[in-house]
Design a protein. Structure first.
Length: 571
């Protein structure tokens, strides 16, 4: 097409004519041609890469459109040329009011205003579904300064829009969760206030009144008063422990550091447990230097020592021993608390400092009162001082807790030692000791229940044995010999019944281990003699330490015979 010396506002406005103009100007080597021509050529250059481009007259009628837009909308060029853009097939599925919005935007562009907005139109799946266009309306002016064309260029942003919508939904969900968290936080604050003030004070009154009544009550009422005092002490200890844990979780726990004698503080706490240990026939050894000057929180260190000692005495059998020792070195002090109790299996040592670890749930220690926060509190207080706590085997045969404390903790402000701090430490120690005393007193007054540990892997035989044992007896069936040995050390039963199939250890090996352990000297060892060639003979079982050997026959009578034999002799 030839375009000699024609004004732009008289030109054909199709993109084909614009392309012809670009070629003609290239032939004439006129890089500085008319500005309008340069702008139109730029639009043509984008026509192949843009998802939607249309050339409109100032009234918004479509003069031409790129092929990509036709394919995306599933429409023919003849269906849209000459129609206002907002009435074309692309806009047929647009949201209500979008046609009017587009019309107003084009009217503004005809007056020289740029417009940009998002519109949902038929541009996906050949016009069967809608997609989102980022639509830009740009006015193009002629030499007379009037708008001659409006270029509508759209970029598909459906995927981005979907991401934005998903983010908006997630933000709304996050906002709702944040509001719920704020409500939970408010509830927690109210609950802590009630725990701290509304519950602790009445419990302290119950403890004080029960102690007063114990001095004058008769023997019948004393048992009930002891139980009341124990329950109140347990509840108060749990509340205090939970408050300490909450403070630690929220970074609210702080130290009140003083320069004092660490050795004296530890001796003061340990000596309060001596009468209780003596009553249980437990030897309590206290080994400390004459003086160890350190900077520490008196109340919290007292709590560390009292909790560890209470834990040790609780799990030490009658006639056992507990050792509390302090060693001071360059810049640090080592506190160790050892006992001759059952110890803690190595696979459970990492868990024992966790919260709510009480009872025979795999930690290797028998059940103690409270919510299982005692050792967790100890770890929190040790770490507050910048120290470490570890657990290993004690030379005495039980557990060894070792606490490393720096003599000068890195955090906290030094303040002078006060009488109030010393009193608070003494009160806390007395509280832990009294709680343990009440707990052990309740245990000692409770009627003794016979206990039997059985290890027998022959199918059905263990059940037959159990059927013949009195229902009032506590019976524990071990999976194998090693578990039977562990249960025997933990429970100190009346008898251990060793069957003909014991798993990882042979019956004779298990009997030798039971007989060699001094703590199990009072446990009666009963063995079953099998009829198979590979079963140990009665003579070999007796040589290995069996105190009674019974034939593994007459299954219906086996349980009764075992029970009679196991309980016949005094331990």
């Amino acid at each position: 097409m030839s375009l000699p010396n024609r004004r732009l506002d008289h030109w054909t406005t199709s993109l084909d004519a614009v392309e012809a103009l670009r070629l003609r100007m290239s032939e004439l080597e006129q890089p500085d041609g008319d500005p309008i021509a340069r702008q139109l050529m730029a639009q043509v250059a984008h026509a192949k890469s843009s998802s939607f481009i249309a050339l409109l007259d100032p009234e918004g009628q479509v003069l031409d459109v790129n092929p990509a837009a036709l394919i995306a909308g599933g429409v023919d060029r003849a269906e849209v040329i000459g129609l206002p853009l907002w009435t074309t097939a692309w806009w047929s599925m647009a949201p209500a009011g979008m046609a009017e919005t587009t019309k107003q935007a084009i009217t503004g562009a005809a007056r020289g205003q740029f417009a940009r907005f998002d519109v949902d139109v038929r541009i996906e799946s050949a016009g069967r579904t809608t997609g989102t266009l980022d639509l830009l309306l740009r006015p193009l002016r002629g030499r007379d300064g009037q708008v001659a064309f409006v270029v509508a260029e759209g970029r598909a942003i459906t995927d981005r829009k979907r991401v934005e919508q998903r983010l908006a939904r997630q933000n709304a969900e996050l906002s709702a969760l944040t509001q719920r968290l704020a409500r939970v936080h408010d509830y927690r604050e109210r609950l802590l206030g009630e725990l701290s003030h509304d519950l602790r004070a009445p419990l302290q009154v119950v403890i004080t009144r029960s102690e007063q009544l114990l001095r004058t009550a008769d023997s019948g009422a004393q048992t009930q008063l002891v139980n009341i005092r124990l329950a109140a002490l347990g509840a108060l200890e749990q509340i205090n422990d939970m408050l300490e844990q909450v403070k630690a979780d929220h970074g609210e726990a702080t130290l009140s550091l003083v320069d004092a004698d660490l050795a004296l503080a530890i001796r003061t706490v340990a000596e309060q447990f001596e009468p209780l240990a003596e009553d249980r026939d437990v030897i309590l050894e206290i080994e400390t230097p004459a003086r160890v000057t350190a900077r520490f929180d008196v109340e919290r260190v007292s709590r560390i020592v009292s909790n560890l000692l209470a834990n040790a005495i609780r799990h030490t059998p009658v006639g056992g021993s507990v050792r509390c020792a302090l060693d001071a070195g360059d810049g640090a002090a080592a506190l160790s608390v050892a006992d001759s109790g059952p110890g803690v299996p190595e696979e459970h040592r990492d868990k024992i400092f966790g919260r709510f670890r009480s009872g025979l749930d795999g930690d290797g220690r028998s059940a103690g009162a409270g919510a299982g926060l005692g050792l967790a509190i100890v770890r929190e207080f040790v770490e507050l001082h910048g120290g470490e706590i570890s657990l290993s085997d004690a030379p005495e045969g039980g557990a060894l807790f070792t606490v490393m404390l720096p003599l000068r903790p890195p955090e906290g402000e030094r303040i002078p030692a006060t009488l109030a701090q010393q009193a608070a430490a003494a009160q806390r120690t007395e509280f832990v000791r009294s709680h343990l005393e009440a707990e052990l007193a309740e245990t000692s007054t409770a009627p003794r229940v016979p206990t039997v540990v059985i290890v027998e892997r022959v199918p059905g035989r263990a059940d037959t044995i159990l059927a013949g044992i009195d229902e009032s007896t506590v019976t524990c069936v071990a999976e194998d010999a090693l578990e039977a040995l562990r249960l025997a050390l933990e429970l100190l039963p009346d008898a251990v019944v060793v069957g003909t199939a014991t798993g990882d250890l042979s019956p004779t090996s298990l009997l030798r281990r039971l007989a060699a352990n001094e703590r199990l000297m009072g446990v009666r060892r009963v063995a079953l003699a099998g009829e198979r060639e590979e079963d140990p003979s009665p003579e070999s079982l007796i040589a290995a330490g069996a105190q009674l050997v019974l034939p593994a026959v007459a299954a219906e009578e086996l349980g009764g015979r075992l029970w009679a034999a196991a309980t016949a002799a005094e331990r």
